[in-house]
Design a protein around this ligand. Sequence first.
Ligand code: ADP
Length: 506
Amino acid sequence: MKQYIMSLDQGTTSSRCIIFDKQGNIRAKAQKEYTQIYPKPGWVEHNPKEIWSSQYSVMMEVLTQLSEGEEIAAIGITNQRETTIVWDRNTGEPISNAICWQCRRTADVIDDLRKNDPELCEHIREVTGLLPDPYFSASKIAWILDHVEGARERARAGELLFGTVDSWLIWNLTAGKIHVTDYTNASRTMLFDIHKLTWDERILSYFDIPASMLPQVRPSSCIYGYANFGTLGNNIPISGAAGDQQAALFGQCAFEKGEAKNTYGTGCFLLMNTGSESVSSKNGLLTTIGAGCESADNQSGPVQYALEGSVFIAGAAIQWLRDGIRIIEKAPETQAICESVEDTAGVYLVPAFSGLGAPYWNPHARGMMVGLTGGVTREHIIRATLESIAYQTMDVLEVMEKEAGVPIRELKVDGGASANDFLMQFQSDLLGGNVLRPVCIETTALGAAYLAGLTVGYWKDKQEIRDNWLLQKQFTPLIGDDLRRERIQGWKKAVEATLFFAGEND
Ligand code: ADP
């Protein structure tokens, strides 16, 4: 019997299912986009049932591709993080749409918290490693409890469950039997003490969230339950789960302190492994839990920590070019378009569509384009949009290097937009360092597969996994220091203008 690991990758814009073999090669793969719901400016929702049905359909599509003599040894899950779902414990019915991580509807709630209770803000920073922000699950759960009729009473009566998407998928995969999450996902709720590894009562009480709603928190690599697919396979262990960014860090084999990766998806996420000690940031980075992997690494304690900087809008800016202002048809065509012009003709685009993340943390900022002249063409605007992804990454990397005290000279990359050679070259030019793209850029899904496979002994240890990491292409800087400095200066001015405009609007 030839065995594989099945990875469920529930992303912000699509659900994917990928089957990997022992070398990390893809045996089969399916993907389905699902509906993005924008009820108001700045609000983003998903239908939890569509999350599950799209995930289920790609799972079935992939499973039916397996031949006689092939089977799934284990299932790993990775997911968009922070996205909040509340459902009925008895019926399994969600009580509202999922509030997506991008959604800013609770910005005022968090503003109030910041203004009125600086001491609690400090407590949140210390215990959760996060800066109070609408991005995390806590205020989203409270919003659902406050706005869905009868929800607070039902929550107090123990009738409701909360989960991030991993919990929701495991709940559905186990026919409503198992309500769990893993350390990495728990660490993004703004309710979890990342040092004691328990839910924090003080924060729960501030948001009036009953502990009975919360999932049990388990390591990222352990058996959560078993899935049954009838003739397509039964009693398959669900044995790995991690939030998408931590899964990508694991999939990039960044197992050691100081190793870093950047994922270019809908958002950009830069994570650096800081080992068994948590590094507290003074410059707006988050401290978070990397994969907690008991089975494979019991020397370094139950969890590894990571520093994280996020850029909210990265690939999403390319989607905006496609679906919003409709000046491209498909994301990949941007590569040739960007290469068709020398530069952006002085245009900078700051895609702060839903606020600015690290290191600026301004939820009120909105996008801005500066430097327009009559000579600016569609190509320049497209190029400025792509470049903005690299500039935002550079901003985060600068802070990370400062905090960790080590320069990151090499950046491992993955995610949908890392396929874009122009973007990767521009990134290398800006950083003045190498950008390394592995053969498999489905690193997020691969990381979840690794976590699941380690639990069941499909892979022996981390070294065996490390041997799978293969370089596809290395990008080295092609511009000089003067040009680099000049471009960066322009970007910094454009960000200042954006922040100024946000301030004027307060
Ligand atoms: P997520 O997991 O957040 O849904 P993915 O890793 O699948 O994201 O990446 C999808 C994003 O990458 C989309 O926003 C899309 O616009 C962008 N993208 C995909 N292919 C390319 C490409 N060749 N060039 C630039 N951007 C791309």
